[in-house]
Each structure stands twice: as structure tokens, then as C-alpha cells.
Design a protein around this ligand. Structure first.
Ligand SMILES: [Fe+2]
Ligand SMILES: [Fe+2]
Length: 178
């Protein structure tokens, strides 16, 4: 049993405020990509989906009146840093295991190098996957941040991904027992 589901995260007002700002459709889509990549790379699909879902929760200042200022963004961006902290706070508040919350927070921090010093980082598989998942959903002109779907569809996609994660965990448990 997972102590926190994607639906718990989706329904939280902090998610609705900050994840919606950078695009709920983008967040859900990156969560799905991260889930599939986690299966491929044999890592925990739950942490991957959560990190994918929360990766852009740190966006803020350059978003004004519903529009993004990408000049400001390039100059001043720290969204991975802000996002890592926000995601961690939210997960801990919801009752997530603190080790998992730390791993997810790190994956948010390293999903892009826009706020990191120059250099080569040795990324963990989870961090690498979240970066790849984000890249998979990017669209020309950054339009992925504007893509929208209706809220009922959002919720049902989130619940569907929760079910996929549960099903995978059950299957893994059966294999272990068998
Ligand atoms: Fe990002
Ligand atoms: Fe993104």
C-alpha cells in the first residue's frame, strides 16, 4: 500500500495552485512518461510518477497575466530549486515516507540544469528518468505549458495512473511470492 497517491497530490490546493500554473496537462503527461520509463529502467514507478507530476511545481515569477516571459526565465530561473522544496514540503505534509520525499525532491532539483552550476553531474536513474520524461513532452515554443484538458479528464487520468502503479506493485509482489 502506498501512503500517498497521485490523486492525494492532485487534490491538494498547493498542487492546484502551482502545478496548474506551469500546466496540469504537461504534469500528468510527464508523470505517465516517467512511469513507463521507470518500468523500462526497473526502478520504483511510484516515485517516478510522483516526481514527474511535481517536476515543474517551482515555476513562479516570469508567469504574468497568464503569459510566460522567457527572457526573464533564462536570466533568473530557479524553478528546480523552488520546486524541490515545494514538492518536499507537500509530500511530507501528505504523509509520504521521508526518504521517498527526499528522493523525489532531488529528482525535481535535477530535472533540468537551468538553475544548476555548470559541470557534469552523476544523475541517479530516477533523476535521469524525470529529465527524459520532461523532454518527451516538450513542444516547440514551450506550448506544453499552455496545453489544457478539462478537469474531469485530468482527475480520471491521475486515478488511472494510480491504478497502473498499484497493479504493477501487486504483480511484483505475486512474482516475489511465486
Ligand atoms: Fe521544468
Ligand atoms: Fe516540464
Amino acid at each position: 500500500m502506498r501512503s500517498v497517491t497521485l490523486l492525494n497530490i492532485y487534490d491538494h490546493p498547493i498542487t492546484q495552485k502551482y502545478v496548474r500554473r506551469s500546466g496540469m496537462a504537461h504534469a500528468i503527461s510527464v508523470a505517465y512518461h516517467a512511469f513507463h520509463l521507470a518500468k523500462e529502467y526497473h526502478i520504483n514507478p511510484d516515485s517516478a510518477a510522483k516526481a514527474g507530476f511535481l517536476h515543474d511545481i517551482g515555476h513562479y515569477e516570469w508567469y504574468r497575466n497568464g503569459e510566460w516571459d522567457y527572457d526573464d526565465y533564462r536570466e533568473y530561473d530557479i524553478h528546480p530549486i523552488k520546486g524541490a522544496e515545494r514538492a518536499h514540503k507537500l509530500l511530507v505534509r501528505l504523509g509520504e515516507d521521508k526518504r521517498v520525499a527526499k528522493e523525489i525532491s532531488h529528482a525535481v532539483l535535477f530535472h533540468t540544469d537551468s538553475a544548476l552550476p555548470k559541470g557534469d553531474f552523476q544523475l541517479s536513474t530516477l533523476q535521469h528518468i524525470v529529465h527524459l520524461a520532461d523532454e518527451k513532452d516538450k513542444q516547440p515554443g514551450n506550448t506544453h505549458h499552455y496545453r489544457a484538458i478539462d478537469k474531469e479528464k485530468e482527475r480520471s487520468l491521475v486515478m488511472e495512473l494510480d491504478q497502473k502503479i498499484e497493479a504493477l506493485f501487486q504483480k511484483q509482489q505475486m512474482t516475489r511470492k511465486g
